[in-house]
Design a protein around this ligand. Structure first.
Ligand code: AMP
Length: 403
């Protein structure tokens, strides 16, 4: 069966068509600048064929979905002959609140529940819903599945997900830690055990998803027990443009002194902070690294802060789990930036994590593969496992629709 994986953002629609017979990606595409009032852009790659559309106004997600299908069905550069070849559609949905601890087939009740979670994911959930409804409109007989970024973290115990604010805010509004990147954490925590040929049962691991957005998770027996992101993806590590954890009073302090609203401060913390805000240069780790290697003071500071934050969370998760068998790196930075992994792991020998310099540096800069980067005598295994959220969404979708 061929499964279409859709990731609808507020102004973009990313997709992959995956043939589940062999789990091969057969088409990958993107429709951008939807509803922005500016001419849009579409690009699809099928093997060596590139299908591109420039300069057309794309007003709605329905229009973007129609463009996606047109590209997939294109006689010369497409991937399928008929829409019926698409067996099901799997949608990435940001926030499932406490309502979803696993993926589900979309029906009216599921759509209502995603809508009820909009206050928790105000930027993404409306777009995710638009993506689902657009596909329903354009492919009315094709089953749709929702896969939630928060679902994997639903196994966290209350002591990990509660905040120390009055409990009524949990009851009234669902104020608690949810965690994100769950599909990636789930894929990597499962895949690493397959790679090592061991059962998930009896394992304690830390997954470091380090990309433009970053989060760590602590996983015991294949189940998440803690993670660094919170009610929203702002919490935890320093990221490309997000500040990560800081004293909540900073919000009021900056708002009062700069005459800004709470929304404006939060926007600054989400979009102008992190690597970008500290280095003053870029949200991209490659730029920050280049500048830091050339002794740019603020770039060096940003990199030091990122490394230190990751080290602190690793230490706290080791303590929380009462030990750790493996640390696994994934996503753009985690997979490609061997030098950063070395900075993070240097000085962790005391807890049994011994990095093999040559193995680590062989797995970097676009050559990331599944590999062990620790020495043979390291008590804790250190690994790189490239993430694949799309395949996880496609697998969940297949599993749900085949019954
Ligand atoms: P992601 O959000 O997972 O796409 O990751 C984006 C981050 O990964 C950016 O900060 C990039 O600097 C970093 N990155 C992506 N590809 C590479 C690469 N080939 N080498 C080094 N860093 C990379």
């Amino acid at each position: 069966m061929k499964i279409l994986v859709v990731n609808a953002g507020s102004s973009s629609l990313k997709y992959q068509l995956i043939d589940m017979d062999g789990e091969k990606m057969i088409a990958k595409g993107l429709v951008e600048r939807i509803g922005t009032g500016k001419p849009g852009h579409q690009k699809q790659v099928v093997g060596k064929e590139v299908y591109e559309v420039e300069g057309v106004m794309i007003d709605t997600h329905v229009q973007a979905t129609e463009m996606m299908l047109k590209a997939l069905l294109d006689e010369e550069k497409g991937a399928i002959r008929s829409m019926n070849e698409i067996g099901a559609v799997g949608h990435r949905v940001l926030h499932g609140g406490t309502k979803f601890s696993a993926s589900v087939i979309v029906n009216q009740a599921v759509k209502d529940a995603i809508r009820e979670c909009i206050p928790l994911g105000p930027l993404h959930n409306p777009a995710n819903l638009m993506g689902i409804e657009a596909c329903e409109k354009v492919m009315p007989t094709t089953p749709q599945v929702a896969v939630f970024d928060t679902a994997f973290h639903q196994t966290m115990p209350p002591k990990a997900y509660m905040y120390g604010v009055p409990k009524k805010f949990l009851t009234k509004y669902g104020v608690r830690k949810y965690g994100f990147h769950g599909t990636s954490h789930r894929y990597v925590s499962k895949r690493v055990c397959e790679f090592l040929g061991i059962s998930q049962l009896g394992t304690k691991m830390i997954i470091c998803h380090l990309g433009n957005g970053s989060s760590l998770s602590a996983v015991v027996d294949g189940k998440c027990v803690d993670t660094t992101m919170g009610l929203t993806p702002l919490d935890g590590l320093l990221m490309g443009t997000r500040c990560g954890t800081c004293d909540p009073a900073v919000v009021q302090f900056i708002a009062n002194n700069e005459n800004m609203t709470v929304d404006e401060v939060l926007n600054m913390m989400n979009k102008e902070s992190g690597l970008l805000g500290i280095s003053g240069l870029s949200n991209d780790m490659r730029d920050v690294d280049n500048a830091a290697d050339n002794y740019h003071g603020d770039a060096m500071l940003a990199r030091d802060m990122l490394v230190y934050g990751i080290q602190k969370y690793i230490g706290s998760f080791v303590a929380a789990m009462g030990g750790c068998d493996m640390i696994v790196f994934t996503a753009g930075i985690g997979e490609n930036n061997g030098a950063l992994r070395e900075r993070i792991l240097t000085g962790m020998e005391w807890m049994g994590a011994k990095l093999d310099h040559a193995r680590n540096m062989a797995c970097a800069d676009g050559h990331a593969t599944e590999c062990v980067i620790s020495t043979d005598d390291s008590k804790m295994k250190l690994l790189v496992i490239p993430t694949n959220e799309e395949i996880m969404i496609a697998r969940d979708t297949l599993e749900l629709v085949k019954h």
